[in-house]
Design a protein around this ligand. Structure first.
Ligand SMILES: [Zn+2]
Length: 74
């Protein structure tokens, strides 16, 4: 085994180990970070109560007074 192939093997194994560590930390971060919510945010026109509802509804009833409200966008 020549010095060049030994050096090449060393560099390749070092980079492979680094990639495994990077992938591991990326996986951990994805696992523990809260996923961004797709829910719509609503603000009641009557009582001012702010609440959320599913992303697939455009209008939602206020849980406080039951009035239908449009979602608000930021
Ligand atoms: Zn309300």
């Amino acid at each position: 085994m020549s010095v060049n192939s030994l050096l090449f093997a060393y560099v390749v194994s070092f980079l492979a180990g680094l990639s495994v560590v990077a992938l591991y930390y990326d996986y951990r971060q994805k696992r523990f970070e809260p996923r961004p919510s797709e829910d719509h945010v609503f603000r009641c026109e009557s009582c001012g109560f702010v609440y959320t509802d599913d992303a697939d509804v455009d209008r939602s009833c206020c849980p406080q007074c039951g009035i239908m409200n449009d979602s608000i966008y930021f």
